[in-house]
Write a protein that binds this ligand. Structure first.
Ligand SMILES: C[S@@+](CC[C@H](N)C(=O)[O-])C[C@H]1O[C@@H](n2cnc3c(N)ncnc32)[C@H](O)[C@@H]1O
Length: 281
């Protein structure tokens, strides 16, 4: 029987913010698909696909003679991915429940594997890269987007620090290497050298890692928090033990601090991603 997963709780929130996410990540997503050389007729593995927003872009590129296998650890979010693909008219999108660290797709001969904002949640990312490598055909391409290091992601740092304070957890420091980067956490793969060595160790060649600016533009800081409180599973888990008023106080505190990113043109939260790409020899 399929087990519920903590990300199931975030599935509806991630899905209901699809339009904002699509706008936020449009440029980065196209850069990822270019780096993976996704083209017509290709068979593409989409790892940690979530509600499948980028799966739709892949489906459009590969066309009706191509194939997209959207995988994720959360059955709830994967059901939304399938429904979204069908509604968009892309029957070439299939879904499969799978932990990225144990995909079990060795020899599947994919032309490309991509992952948008998912691999950093793996406690053992080395295994995830090995599994992706095993699923690719010779010369198959991998491209993935992850959050860059904390110094370039003040909105994430403010949100995490504030959630930790309200949850009674010890504070983290930007001056302590490793803080904000624990395995499996949002910015755990944010160091370019770490990402490059994980890819090389998994057997990939032609490894490239570079920053991609992805500012998040929304009408207000409150809109960003409305997104996080329904879609950001790590923060939701951290605050889940608090009473409802205590949770509200934490979210309100975040709104106040994040208002520093108000502009004359709405709220623009700085956000930096890393795009990595590589080839399976
Ligand atoms: C931030 S969402 C990104 C979803 C989607 N790729 C997008 O960009 O819209 C992260 C996704 O990673 C999935 N995830 C987390 N840990 C995972 C793991 N170990 N294996 C596979 N998927 C995982 C979650 O279920 C969630 O759907």
């Amino acid at each position: 029987m399929v087990q519920a997963h903590p990300w199931d709780k975030a599935a509806a929130g991630w899905n209901s913010h699809a339009v904002a996410i699509r706008t936020w990540l449009r440029g980065a997503t196209q850069a990822m698909l270019d780096a993976a050389q996704v083209q017509a007729g290709a068979r593409v593995l989409d790892i940690a696909a979530g509600a499948g927003d980028q799966s739709l872009d892949i489906a459009q590129r590969v066309g009706q003679h191509g194939l997209v296998l959207a995988t994720d650890i959360s059955p709830g979010i994967l059901a939304l991915a399938k429904a979204n693909a069908m509604a968009a008219g892309y029957p070439q999108v299939n879904t499969q429940l799978a932990d990225a660290q144990s995909l079990g797709l060795a020899g599947a001969n994919f032309d490309a594997a991509v992952s948008r904002l998912g691999l950093m949640f793996c406690r053992e990312p080395q295994r995830a890269f090995q599994q992706a490598h095993a699923a690719l055909k010779p010369n198959g391409r991998l491209a993935a987007l992850v959050f860059a290091q904390p110094q370039h992601n003040p909105c994430l740092v403010i949100s995490i620090a504030t959630a930790r304070k309200h949850a009674g957890l010890p504070p983290l420091s930007l001056d302590r290497p490793g803080d904000y980067c624990e395995p499996g956490s949002l910015m755990s793969l944010g160091q370019p050298a770490l990402l490059a060595s994980l890819l090389a160790d998994a057997g990939f060649v032609d490894v490239k890692v570079g920053p991609v600016a992805a500012p998040f533009g929304l009408p207000s800081a409150q809109h960003y928090i409305d997104f996080l409180r329904s879609a950001a599973s790590p923060l939701m888990v951290m605050l889940a033990q608090l009473s409802v008023p205590a949770q509200q106080a934490a979210w309100d505190d975040m709104v106040e601090q994040l208002s520093q990113f108000n502009t004359s043109d709405g709220w623009v939260g700085p956000n930096e991603l890393l795009l990595c790409s590589a080839r399976a020899p």
